[in-house]
Design a protein around this ligand. Sequence first.
Ligand SMILES: [Fe+2]
Ligand SMILES: [Fe+2]
Length: 181
Amino acid sequence: MNKCNITEDTIYQCFAAAMQGDNLSTTAKSFVDVEEYENQVMYPEFSRWARKAGYPQIAELFLKVAGEEKLHATWLRKMYEDMGIPPRGEDTQRAIDALATIRKNSDALIEADPKTVIEKALKVAIKVEQREYRDIYPSFRDQAIKAGQHDAAEIYQRVINSEEQHAHWFEAALKELEVAA
Ligand SMILES: [Fe+2]
Ligand SMILES: [Fe+2]
């Protein structure tokens, strides 16, 4: 049996699917994939956990953010149109495989300790969003500015602002959860 002790690190490993590639083109393609992954897999799964754990408002927040991640994928894909359909990154596939293990164990864990699981999910979400708005997309934006691609830089900035908002929403939800009895 594949036993999975869900720590914040395990969840982060599973859900922080994206790595930066060697060049802007591979990294960029992999990030369209990551946005899709967050939209289709990560945040819907967190939402399911929150609902099951008895936190419907947090479940709604995860779904709302999932919807916005779809929008990011659409913006980025449009920008990379001439690159064709992005292939699935290796890291994303690894993350999807790992999710199967987590899924098998999460239901039992939620029953045993619902609050802790949702706290961990929120902390992972914050980490993922912070990495995107502080490191990943600013580096794309700066590369675009250097290359004189001001339209692209503007789109990256839009994504940065949105990811920052997501991080703040999750931080607020976590704070609320922590003070709740
Ligand atoms: Fe995003
Ligand atoms: Fe986000």
